[in-house]
Design a protein around this ligand. Structure first.
Ligand SMILES: C[S@@+](CC[C@H](N)C(=O)[O-])C[C@H]1O[C@@H](n2cnc3c(N)ncnc32)[C@H](O)[C@@H]1O
Length: 218
């Protein structure tokens, strides 16, 4: 497949990264359309390699109540909803109503609209207010908010539930000192310290695309 700029890790050798993406089966028409739209309009999406990891985690954990923090045009939401099946409930959240409108149209096209609950606003507030606890929470908000996103979401995750976070290597910048005007890198670095330092979590950082941290709540 054509490895578009928005999917490159920035730290994996180019031929190796291309190899990983060439292994992936083709996506259906809706996901392919979304991937094209994201590449053309510079919308950050997790892309198909990380999406397959999300689907695998949902399927193996049999997650049914799923909360997504930062859903944009709904690409990752569709993968979560399809993996979880028709009885699942997946909470979509994004701060941008324009994203939500586009996402809603894609959900209808993908045939998953009924299992998705859409909310616009600050995902950190929305997760705190959401009813009940979740089997899986996927975190993809602005990177400086990652430590607060973890603090907001953890009480809403059931014991044994998964907290999955994208971009935890941040182009490799997570491993290096941050520039003075960079708020994202310190946010990710603190998040990584919290994920691995917390006695309530068992965490693994997978160097897939931009880095994905999977944490299980003990
Ligand atoms: C990386 S994109 C999400 C991509 C999406 N998860 C996917 O893979 O298809 C991040 C999105 O989170 C939204 N966002 C960032 N911080 C947020 C917050 N605190 N609350 C709600 N949405 C937020 C942005 O508007 C943006 O659309």
């Amino acid at each position: 497949m054509n490895l578009t700029e928005n999917l490159r890790s920035g730290y994996i050798q180019e031929d190796v990264e291309q190899y990983v993406y060439d292994l992936l089966p083709k996506r259906d028409a809706v996901l392919a359309e979304m991937e094209d739209y994201a590449a053309q309009h510079d919308v950050p999406i997790i892309g198909p390699a990380v999406a397959r990891l999300l689907a695998l985690l949902v399927e193996t954990s049999r997650a049914q109540r799923i909360f997504e923090m930062g859903s944009a045009i709904g690409y990752s939401t569709i993968w979560l909803a399809r993996a979880a099946g028709p009885k699942a409930q997946v909470f979509y959240t994004d701060g941008n109503p324009e994203n939500a409108r586009r996402a809603e149209a894609y959900f209808r096209k993908a045939g998953v609209a009924k299992r998705i609950r859409m909310q616009t606003g600050n995902a950190l507030d929305l997760v705190k207010k959401a009813p009940g606890r979740f089997d899986l929470i996927f975190n993809d908000v602005d990177k400086h908010q990652y430590p607060d996103a973890l603090r907001a979401a953890l009480p809403k995750l059931k014991r044994g539930g998964l907290f999955v976070t994208d971009n935890t290597l941040w182009n490799g910048r997570a491993a290096r000192p941050a520039a003075a005007d960079d708020k994202s890198t310190p946010g990710i670095q603190e998040f990584n310290r919290l994920s691995f330092g917390s006695k309530d979590l068992f965490s693994v950082l997978l160097p897939l695309r931009d880095g994905v941290t999977v944490s299980r709540k003990r």
